[in-house]
Design a protein around this ligand. Sequence first.
Ligand code: ADP
Ligand code: 5GP
Length: 205
Amino acid sequence: MRKGTLFVVTAPSGAGKTTLLEMLLGSVPMLAYSVSVTTRAPREGEVDGKSYHFTTREEFERLVAAGEFLEHATVYGHLYGTRRPVIEEALASGSDVILDIDVRGALQVMESRYPAVFVYILPPSLAELERRLRGRKTDAEEVIRRRLSLAREEMGYAERYDYAVVNDVLEEAFADLKAIILAERRRVGRNVEAIRAIREGGGGR
Ligand code: ADP
Ligand code: 5GP
């Protein structure tokens, strides 16, 4: 069976990544979300095993020592990581997988040479990013200020990614993201078996 593609998606907090990924996962088949392990406490409404696997620092460090993580990083004081066996299993089943990870995690994946497509989501401006962070009403003032100062620094890394999507009008950004995933699925290198089967008289109807 054809192996899936790993998509690494990064955005400064408040750019709309969660909103966009939910839309995407609800409309593109064979696309799985990689549930990260984190030491952060669950937010209201978050279910263990769905948005994250919530764990202790001790358990997280045990996983690091065991070499379980494809990448891991400290974000806003908490540890987050992607378990390599979990994404490998999903990719082997033919599903594409989305990693929703920060810049430092994405750089680790780039350095590891693990085959992946890197997508950076930007807000239309810093002023709009601030409005969204405030409008979301999930973070304290101090947290918002910290996120804004980090955002500028982190957006500098967008140039190392393969694709940049500006989330101005939500529906347009969603269409862009979907187009990226569907176009990547049509790469010749990912369809060699299917092309061969058609040439050799097999294939579908
Ligand atoms: P992130 O996951 O990147 O931190 P969220 O998806 O939580 O961001 O979005 C931050 C806030 O901005 C939310 O209140 C969301 O409803 C809003 N938002 C997302 N995309 C847009 C958009 N294109 N236009 C206006 N508001 C948006
Ligand atoms: P939040 O706590 O708001 O859900 O996420 C904070 C940040 O951590 C987001 O930028 C998110 O992309 C990032 N993040 C979530 N999971 C992982 C992970 O497994 N690895 C890395 N490096 N970052 C992660």
